[in-house]
Design a protein around this ligand. Structure first.
Ligand SMILES: [Zn+2]
Length: 92
């Protein structure tokens, strides 16, 4: 497959454009195997279609992010079906 492996924190900049909090420190639970990890500790792949965050335990696609330009407006498409839950710490 034509994928480029990145460090988990590499997705932090992209997620930072979408979410107004630090997503790399959020905890995800994998819908495939139940493993929990920080988004920053998951495996991230840059792909022709966008960016994929994969479970480090079972390789399940947790989060897919694609960026499109439609009608001059940029849009982010987030596919979160691989995530059972996201735990986000409240800002202090
Ligand atoms: Zn998993």
């Amino acid at each position: 497959m034509d994928e480029q492996r990145l460090d988990g924190n590499a997705v932090g900049g992209l997620l930072g454009e979408i979410f107004p909090f630090e997503m790399t420190s959020a905890e995800t639970a994998c819908a495939g195997c139940g493993a929990t990890s920080g988004v920053g500790a998951a495996m991230v792949y840059a792909h022709g279609m966008g960016t994929i965050v994969r479970c480090a335990s079972c390789d399940n696609a947790l989060i897919r992010i694609a960026r499109h330009n439609g009608g001059g407006m940029g849009q982010y498409w987030l596919d979160l079906r691989g995530v059972a839950y996201l735990k986000i710490e409240e800002a202090t």
